[in-house]
Design a binder for this molecule. Sequence first.
Ligand code: HAM
Length: 403
Amino acid sequence: MINPLRGMKDLTFDDSQRFVHIVTTAIGVAKKYGYGYIETPILEETALFKRSVGDSSDIVSKEMYQFEDKGGNDVCMRPEGTAGVVRAFISAKLDRQPVKQKFYYFGPMFRYERPQKGRLREFHQFGCESFGEASVYEDFTIITMISQIFSELGIGFDLQINSLGCTACMPPYKQNLVGFLRETQEELCEDCNRRIDSNPIRVLDCKNTACQTLLVNSPKLIKNLCGECDTDFNKLTVLLDKAGIKYEIDTNLVRGLDYYNKTAFEFVSNDIGSQSAIAGGGRYDKLVEFLDGKPTPAVGFAIGIERIMELVQMPEVTRDGIYMGAMVEEAVEALFPLATAKRKETKVTLEYNSKGFKSHMKGADKVKARYCVLIGEDELANGTVWVKDLESKEESTILINKF
Ligand code: HAM
């Protein structure tokens, strides 16, 4: 028997219904905020992710599904959605148009991580990317939108926010931080030591408790932001306060992807174990330019669909549609035209095997139909159907062309 690969899962039955409910709900909200659908290829040039997510990030340095295709091209299964959307935005020359563009997407992402609860090698994200809006109002709006998605899905969350500064305040801070890290180098873990040169900011979110204790005294970017970043970050907190969206400022929240600047955020849940991040995102004002487009500010997020699957409150199943069945063999075909006509309006379950009354009633109940429509010998002779409303329990016999 061939099984799915490690860290990859089939989505069936209850899970697939949950998946569809999550995506449909998220799309409904995204549309209300003016987002349109974008689909980009799963396979992209490896260079795209190296340049955007960052060479030294864990995703690129350790977790890529990277291979040479039959034409000798260095390609990669997307580990995340933002890079592809930015590439598509530039490919379509949208960076040269003055209008703001907003896209939503959902689909599989691939990271060769060590699988565990909440951490898969193939997982699905629902994401949104907003291009052309530099105002922090857009950061606030995006956070509001995610809150609305989670609220409609019945999911509680904690929100963590931080500012990663900009090209004016990040470089001097980085220098300052590297100075601090060099002083504590001997006590920091191996990973952190490697990162001092390659990506010092990532040291801040090391999960090692000994490192975290040392980092309590590290310089904090939030206290060293330039005037503009500081004003924007304060504005964001005021807007969130006014909207009643609770948050925590986490000065060590740096995110695992290199393209962020200014606002960075994560939504976490305490109900799903150690892989608690259910959504993440932030601003990435330099990425379009970095991938050879015209400078365009941008901000976005992605929700991890599998991580919220078990948290979602599914709507109650209500009776819906029609179950049709025949009690004599000759009547089965009489139901086809009726089923075809009714399928233009509602769901129809047509049972091909003629069987007894009780058996049909069970069948109708199993598919949670609202109406059970049966044809027996008498109905066939009279051109009628027997109908039962399974909610009101009302029964009637009506002409087949009047149903
Ligand atoms: P990310 O934080 O890497 O951000 O991923 C977003 C979400 O995907 C995470 O919060 C988590 O719920 C889910 N996720 C990540 N890795 C796994 C995994 N191995 N198994 C299951 N779920 C996972 C991004 O990907 C950015 N592109 C988000 C973004 C969009 N930023 C701006 N625009």
